[in-house]
Design a binder for this molecule. Structure first.
Ligand SMILES: O=C(O)CCC(=O)C(=O)O
Ligand SMILES: [Fe+2]
Length: 373
């Protein structure tokens, strides 16, 4: 095992999925992965096992989705959905209490809502999606669902590689994934969205999305257009660019994975700057791997060999970061932690579907900029 002493990163490592096809390559991949997990919390994955033609089709659909008539987008507003799926207008979302300059459609993997009276409210969070009419975007839904299914499989394969990198059995992660290290589709619901960051106007805020951690386990980000803007915060608090690299996914680690692994796997603070005035829009498609809703991570933190845990020491002290969200994983069921995240980002949806939580987090009422509906 190599000592990963280059603790303060200034660029994001690229890992090649095709290495996994030989025994020697596999060992190399796992070693590079261990370094990226512990020291960076971000990586690019080249040659991912997701059909090229589905990715290309999705890239081609993306601007057309935003070009749908205004009233069609409004018909599937997120405010309709207790599951926080659907369309959010530009400026409808908050990060760290500040308005994000992005327009987006939240989708996810298929799931049938399980909530019944008496169950905790957070079980309402997973449920059916809202889609634009098939005739306006023929083939979009089927393509996206095919894409999501492949990324979901990849996300489980990746967790098994993480188990290998940290020298724990793959079943160690099963409780977080609904009891199986490779759950069947429909056991969990993973969120994904299609995002448009328009060019900022002269003098406007450049907050495409403000500094934050992702929740859950892993995020797989497809940078659809050729625009820079995604930035990752290193241990010294400096913002490092993660520009689009054709043919790759950007993978980063969520706060739940960090908590479960005693901080071995880093959740890394990141943000997106809006394209400069006069630019075309930036588009991206993140996929957020969820974990079982009823799991309280604080009760299930994994054990590691001392020589693995010691690898954390080589990265040194984690410095100041600008992100503060998802700190509650040690305390509450993961579903509730995610619901808190959704309520804070989309107060208008919360006011309608989770009025008690809305009052708790927004005692002064709807913030002026967030009241987009
Ligand atoms: O759009 C991007 O590149 C990143 C978006 C992101 O970090 C998020 O939505 O959590
Ligand atoms: Fe993110």
């Amino acid at each position: 095992m190599t000592d990963s002493s280059s603790s303060n990163f200034s660029s994001i490592p690229i890992l090649d999925w095709s290495l996994l096809s030989t025994t020697e390559g596999h060992a190399k991949f796992v070693e590079q992965l261990r370094h990226a997990l512990i020291n960076v919390g971000f990586l690019y994955l080249s040659h991912p096992p997701v059909a090229r033609e589905d990715v290309e089709a999705l890239v081609e659909y993306t601007p057309r989705l935003f070009d749908l008539p205004h009233e069609e987008k409004e018909r599937i507003l997120m405010a309709n959905s207790p599951h926080f799926f659907g369309y959010s207008r530009l400026g409808a979302e908050l990060t760290k209490g500040k308005t994000d300059q992005r327009e987006q459609f939240d989708f996810g993997t298929p799931y049938e809502n399980q909530w019944k009276p008496g169950d905790p409210e957070y079980l309402k969070l997973w449920g059916p999606l809202q889609w634009p009419p098939e005739e306006l975007l023929p083939g979009f839904k089927a393509t996206y669902l095919r894409y999501l299914d492949q990324v979901e499989q990849l996300s489980y394969d990746f967790i098994r590689l993480i188990a290998e990198a940290f020298e724990v059995p793959e079943e160690a992660f099963a409780p977080f994934l609904g009891g199986d290290a490779k759950p069947k589709p429909g056991v969990l619901q993973h969120r994904s969205k299609i995002v448009k960051y328009p060019a900022r106007k002269e003098g406007d805020s450049d907050q495409g999305v403000g500094p934050h951690f992702d929740g859950g386990f892993l995020t797989f980000l497809l940078q659809v257009s050729d625009h820079p803007g995604l930035q990752v915060q290193n241990l010294a608090g400096e913002w490092i660019d993660a520009p689009p690299v054709p043919g790759t996914f950007v993978i980063n680690l969520g706060k739940a994975l960090e908590t479960v692994t005693q901080g071995l796997a880093r959740a890394t603070s990141h943000r997106v700057l809006s394209p400069p005035p006069g630019s075309t829009p930036r588009y991206s498609i993140p996929f957020f791997q969820s974990i079982a809703q009823e799991i309280c991570i604080g009760d299930l933190v994994l054990d590691f060999k001392p020589e693995i845990l010691k690898l954390k020491d080589s990265r040194g002290q984690t410095g100041v970061v600008d992100s503060v969200n998802y700190q509650e994983y040690g305390q509450y069921p993961s579903g509730y932690v995610n619901l808190i995240g959704r309520v804070k980002s989309h107060p208008d949806v919360a006011e309608r579907h989770y009025p008690d939580m809305f009052k708790q987090f927004f005692p002064q009422g709807l913030p002026a900029q967030g009241s987009a509906y």
